[in-house]
Design a binder for this molecule. Structure first.
Ligand code: ZN
Length: 141
């Protein structure tokens, strides 16, 4: 995946969710086909934190099934940053891999980060987090 295409409407959904739980981090899944996002799945932040997020495994399982039933694929995981730029934190990078390995938890899946203030979106960027490091990919609106 070299870029991710996301409509203004889907960006607005991510921003709306991020503001709803502000100043805690929001998270969720982006389903699509190829590199185009078709549906945003808002999830709860299992850590309920202002500096980290964690997907709820049960919720993730049920959404993955819905994505499959629609004939779509998981193409990205999104989360918000409420006090830092839209760039993966050390925790984000560490958690992209199985503990103690360079095996990606979600091979080929992008990480979309929306940095928000209480007033709205500051910036949104997408990354691949791989063994070789963090690679920013283009976000096509
Ligand atoms: Zn983060």
């Amino acid at each position: 995946m070299k870029k991710i295409s996301i409509s203004k409407e889907h960006v607005n959904e991510i921003v709306r969710h991020s503001l709803e739980v502000f100043p805690r981090e929001a998270c969720g899944l982006l389903a699509g086909d190829g590199d185009a996002v078709r549906k945003v799945y808002c999830m709860r932040n299992a850590e309920n934190s202002e500096v980290t997020y964690a997907l709820d495994p049960g919720e993730q399982f049920s959404i993955m099934k819905q994505i499959e039933d629609k004939g779509l694929k998981l193409i990205a995981i999104y989360h918000s940053h409420t006090g830092s730029p839209a760039f993966p934190s050390a925790t984000d990078v560490a958690r992209a891999f199985f503990p103690g390995t360079k095996d990606e938890n979600f091979p080929g899946v992008a990480y979309v980060i929306a940095s928000v203030s209480e007033n709205g979106l500051r910036e949104l960027h997408a990354f691949l987090i791989k063994g070789e490091g963090i690679e920013e990919i283009e976000v096509k609106l």
